[in-house]
Design a protein around this ligand. Structure first.
Ligand code: NDP
Length: 327
């Protein structure tokens, strides 16, 4: 038996509970991992609260991330005792996930735990931090360098936003952090933000083009915010879009793209090919200050997951939440 969160949807409704589970709750796979840490991402919040259609098979153990030690393996690349990390691939959505003490899954989905990180640190980064790095890699791929000008990060106090601010600042970019929580300005400055701005200026319907400002952007918010960020990007600026905290819609015009040559670069972490994941984790090891990671992170046990998921969806959590599944 092992402890895990289980989501059910039946005549009694949609609900998540902490339960004693047996191996029947695990999915198919060639590797079984003893989970040390998991984490709470925005998507896990949607799954646990039922606020978004994340879970597509019931009952389901949520948790799109985990770090732990291989217990059994018939996969050629993994042996018992190996330290591994999992991000995405539909785990916690269609395949039982990481918010439990045990997981069984395809070894092809795993990456070795980078030597630079403990399991806890890898989960402090989690999908949110790995996605932030995918956004940074996309900015670089489209040629944005620190001398081009300011980089805007929206949803800056969230998990993706916090890691993006820290990494971009360490790489020498001038980072402007957009937030609805100006009271957290000192936190964002300690991560490396040069300026804090109120997210309200992006939240409402805007004009097709505004004053040019951003050489690049990491947008975690979508909707009017993303439209306004594109409209205020500089000539040939690059806007990376990874999130939908304000909404999934994009009420924009083509003006920034056809008149200013702005690039809108989509970022997906879930099905991202393995070689790019490995690069993202290598770059996190090189370009994320571990001291800042501690600043970003708080830890909870499995018992606090359900209430914390609700707070996360209400935008009340700063930075990242690590889950010690064994306490
Ligand atoms: P968090 O909940 O940690 O952060 C989201 C932040 O967005 C909040 O902290 C808040 O920042 C801001 N926000 C919340 N509501 C609104 C609103 N109505 N209008 C404007 N801003 C708002 O989530 P994550 O950082 O983990 O994820 C951010 C987004 O990225 C989510 O939508 C998530 O689904 C998506 N995501 C996508 C991935 C992909 O593969 N494409 C992978 C990982 C995440 P503040 O208080 O600073 O304003």
């Amino acid at each position: 038996m092992f402890n895990g969160i289980l989501i059910r949807k039946d005549e009694a409704g949609y609900r998540a509970t902490l339960e004693d589970l047996d191996d029947g709750a695990l999915g198919d796979g060639d590797v079984t991992v003893q989970v040390a840490y998991s984490t709470l991402n925005y998507k896990d919040g949607l799954a646990i609260t039922g606020k978004g259609p994340v879970v597509r098979r019931f009952p389901m153990i949520p948790g799109i991330d985990m770090a732990g030690t291989v217990a059994h393996s018939t996969h050629p690349d993994y042996r018992p005792g190996d330290a591994v990390v999992l991000n995405g691939w539909g785990v916690g959505e269609v395949h039982p996930g990481g918010l439990a003490q045990r997981i069984r899954l395809k070894g092809d989905w795993l990456v070795p735990l980078p030597k630079a990180f403990t399991a806890r640190q890898a989960m402090a980064i989690g999908t949110a931090g790995y996605t932030a790095m995918l956004c940074v890699l996309a900015l670089e791929r489209f040629g944005v360098t620190p001398d081009h000008g300011e980089i805007l990060v929206t949803g800056a106090n969230g998990g993706v936003g916090s890691v993006a601010v820290a990494v971009l600042a360490k790489l020498g970019y001038t980072v402007v952090a957009s937030t609805g929580r100006p009271a957290e300005a000192d936190y964002l400055k300690s991560l490396g933000a040069a300026e804090i701005i109120d997210r309200a200026q992006f939240s409402e319907p805007g004009r097709p083009l505004g004053k040019e400002r951003w050489a690049g952007a990491v947008d975690t918010v979508g909707s009017h915010t993303l439209a306004n960020v594109c409209a205020t990007a500089r000539y040939r600026g690059v806007v990376t879009a990874c999130g939908l905290a304000q909404g999934m819609d994009l009420p924009a015009s083509v003006a920034p793209f056809i008149l200013r040559g702005v690039t809108l670069a989509g970022v997906d972490s879930v099905m991202c090919p393995r070689p790019e994941r490995l690069v993202a984790w290598e770059r996190l090891a090189a370009d994320l200050d571990i001291g800042k990671l501690d600043l970003i992170t708080r830890e909870i046990g499995l018992g606090a997951v359900i209430e914390t998921a609700a707070q996360l969806i209400q935008g009340q959590i700063r930075g990242r939440v690590v889950v010690d599944v064994n306490r």
